[in-house]
Design a protein around this ligand. Structure first.
Ligand SMILES: C[S@@+](CC[C@H](N)C(=O)[O-])C[C@H]1O[C@@H](n2cnc3c(N)ncnc32)[C@H](O)[C@@H]1O
Length: 259
């Protein structure tokens, strides 16, 4: 138990960047109070303790089992890379599909305190669109996801139609683009760019170059939100990227970009 809370380690080695478990847990509890409310959070904490003690009770109250607000969207499940409809060399550079926590995302975005209307939001490797669904709740100038798997892009397109049908879109525009993040061209305007460990260091290097090339001349601060930053060294070594915070004990890293 003591090791779990205080070591700087990955919960799922190989799938998660090393981070401080104590700080992550503290922020996760805070975020659940903030967005889910008191009772679901207390039940979630009790369920977590029960699971640590290997008691087969309260499983359905674990935070991951309590699920997302968007139960009406098809964003769940894990799609392993070998099951993505991509050629082998692209599979090798990619990670599997898995939706991120919308609550962590909302907390990180809201702390930026930016004028949403001036900003485009871009998700590199948007999958079925789970984070697009969370991002469109803010009045961004546009919300765009780039996804290279046609199969996942088509699911995202259906989800987007459903978001529009339910009037849950506060952003001016919302799209899923079928394509490779490394070749996606950004409009030269303010951006919040989000990445949930979608690809390897080489693609990240290409993406970082694209961002600094395409956004040159943009006056407003540009932010890069890196969730599960397995290849953060690529950005740490790039003098146009400046790390400004490491939320959730380093399970996220937030950079400001000066193209
Ligand atoms: C971990 S999932 C993230 C899903 C979503 N962004 C979220 O946070 O919930 C990573 C996604 O990136 C996609 N991906 C991987 N490499 C890519 C690339 N080079 N271009 C576009 N999408 C890519 C995968 O197909 C997968 O859907």
């Amino acid at each position: 138990m003591v090791r779990y809370f205080f070591t700087r380690t990955a919960r799922i080695p190989g799938f998660e960047v090393e981070h401080n478990q104590f700080l992550r847990t503290a922020r996760t509890v805070f975020v659940n109070f903030k967005y889910r409310g008191f009772v679901p959070t207390i039940l979630g904490i009790m369920a977590r303790f029960a699971s640590k003690l290997q008691l087969p009770v309260m499983q359905k109250f674990m935070f991951q089992e309590q699920g997302s607000e968007y139960t009406w969207l098809d964003t769940g499940g894990i799609v392993e890379v070998q099951n993505l409809d991509l050629p082998e060399e692209k599979q090798r550079a990619a990670t599997r599909y898995e939706a991120a926590s919308e609550y962590e995302f909302r907390d990180v975005v809201e702390r930026l305190k930016i004028p949403y209307k001036k900003y485009h939001f871009l998700d590199y490797g948007s999958g079925k669109g789970a984070i697009l669904a969370a991002a469109v709740a803010y009045p961004f100038k546009s919300v765009v996801g780039v996804e290279h798997s046609l199969m996942l892009h088509e699911v995202a397109t259906k989800n987007i139609l459903e978001m529009k049908r339910r009037n849950s879109v506060a952003a001016e525009a919302l799209n899923s683009v079928h394509g490779d993040a490394a070749t996606y061209q950004l409009a030269p305007e303010p951006h919040i760019i989000y990445l949930y460990n979608s690809f390897d260091a080489n693609i990240l290097r290409a993406v970082a170059e694209r961002i600094t090339h395409d956004l040159v001349g943009v006056q407003e601060p540009i932010y890069f939100l890196y969730n599960n930053p397995m290849h953060h060294v690529v950005l740490d070594e790039n003098d146009k990227f400046q790390k400004i915070s490491s939320p959730f004990g380093g399970k996220w890293m937030v950079y400001s970009v000066s193209p």
